[in-house]
Design a binder for this molecule. Structure first.
Ligand code: SAH
Ligand code: SF4
Length: 361
């Protein structure tokens, strides 16, 4: 009886696993419950983060990612400061409320300084109103502090998986790829005062239901403010592609992603949960469906068109033709069809974060 679990105040690991494994009828009940919990806690509202994927140059070699350093089969790009600021201006003018800056991971002073300068410029051009999420990988505490001082509000650093054994099946095991260090980075971000987000990929090769349940418990224990998680999508130019026959089907990964989002909403009712772009790579309405059952943040891609096709983390990534910035009204209407309204002009901070700040006062 799934109702017995859905009515519980707190979920045990076996409850979580049962929910993640539940059949079609029960998953509808799960989704109804998670939609209700969302409506009661954060409302049927969607906050936008205009996404600027400003560079695909990366010094890391994650086995799943199409822009890993060892992949030489595509063109690297790096947007000019002017292009980045123009995109930020566009987001401000369009009343998106927030932007998200994302790129491959680089670790050197020129990069740190560039980001610092850009953050200050984006705050200045928006009268300090535009919220800024950054997702620029593992950095030193000093760098995180500098970027916070320069105006970053939120940081997303996905743990990818909370299981160290699985982590080293999907990353090399070396100085640049270290699971413990990644956890420490998330803790540092939180201590410094960022709204802190993490997340995972769902449907990775070798991943079990037990792993996913532990991932959700990890997020709860870390007391995160936001989460971005979505399906793993194989890329033919990456080492993990060799396991493509071991994966769940794309449809199964999609459904499992929705269930994982729904369960997290039950466990953490007041956090921000993003509807990951990878959902859209499987189902054109994937993000809207995630919003309907518990997510409350959407990340429209506003990277200038000529570069969009080269930020190829995975295959089938929605690209130039389906650009959100060109189809703004369409997206808004589509979200309304799924029962949600876009909160234009709001930077959309995590309610969980606001509460924990007040508690600490
Ligand atoms: N370099 C930064 C940010 C860019 S990558 C970082 O790694 O943190 C952002 C996210 O894309 C990663 O955290 C990963 O979860 C996701 N990603 C990469 N390759 C993917 C794939 N093949 N399928 C699904 N998501 C992927
Ligand atoms: Fe680089 Fe991030 Fe891709 Fe890893 S996931 S290779 S750090 S862009």
């Amino acid at each position: 009886m799934i109702e017995r679990i859905l009515n519980k105040k707190s979920l045990s690991k076996s409850d979580i696993i049962e929910l993640l494994k539940c059949n079609a009828t029960d998953s509808q009940k799960l989704f109804e419950k998670s939609a209700l919990v969302k409506a009661e806690n954060v409302g049927n509202k969607v906050y936008y983060r205009g996404l600027i994927e400003f560079s695909n140059i990366c010094e890391k070699d994650c086995y799943y990612c199409g822009i890993r350093q060892s992949n030489k089969n595509f063109k690297r790009y790096n947007l000019s400061d002017k292009d980045i600021l123009d995109a930020a201006r566009f987001a401000y003018r369009e009343n998106y409320g927030s932007i998200a800056l994302q790129s491959g991971e680089l670790n050197h002073p020129a990069f740190t300084q560039r980001i610092e300068k850009l953050l200050k410029a984006i705050k200045a051009l928006s009268d300090h109103k535009l919220g800024i999420t950054i997702s620029l990988g593992e950095q030193s505490k000093e760098t995180y502090q500098k970027w916070l001082n320069a105006g970053a509000d939120r940081y997303l650093l996905r743990i990818e998986t909370s299981n160290p054994d699985l982590y080293y099946k999907i990353h090399p095991q070396n100085q640049k790829h270290n699971h413990e260090q990644r956890i420490e980075c998330i803790q540092t971000l939180r201590e410094l005062g960022y709204q802190t987000g993490t997340g995972i990929m769902i449907g990775l090769p070798f991943q079990s239901y037990d792993d996913l349940a532990n991932d959700l418990i990890f997020m709860k224990n870390m007391d995160i403010d936001m989460c971005g998680m979505g399906p793993f999508i194989e890329h033919s130019d990456t080492p993990l592609y060799q396991y493509k026959n071991k994966l769940l089907s794309l449809e199964e990964r999609f459904l499992l992603s929705l269930k994982t989002i729904a369960v997290l909403r039950l466990m953490m009712p007041d956090i921000n949960i993003a509807a990951a772009t990878a959902l859209q790579a499987i189902d054109p309405k994937g993000r809207e469906k995630a919003i309907q059952i518990g997510a409350n943040v959407l990340i429209p891609n506003i990277t200038p068109g000529i570069y969009r096709d080269n930020y190829n983390l995975y295959h089938n990534k929605p690209q130039t033709k389906q650009s959100d910035s060109d189809y703004k009204n369409h997206l808004e209407k589509s979200l309304a069809d799924y029962g949600n309204t876009v909160e234009y002009g709001e930077c959309g901070n995590s309610l969980h974060f606001k509460k924990r700040l007040n508690l600490n006062r």
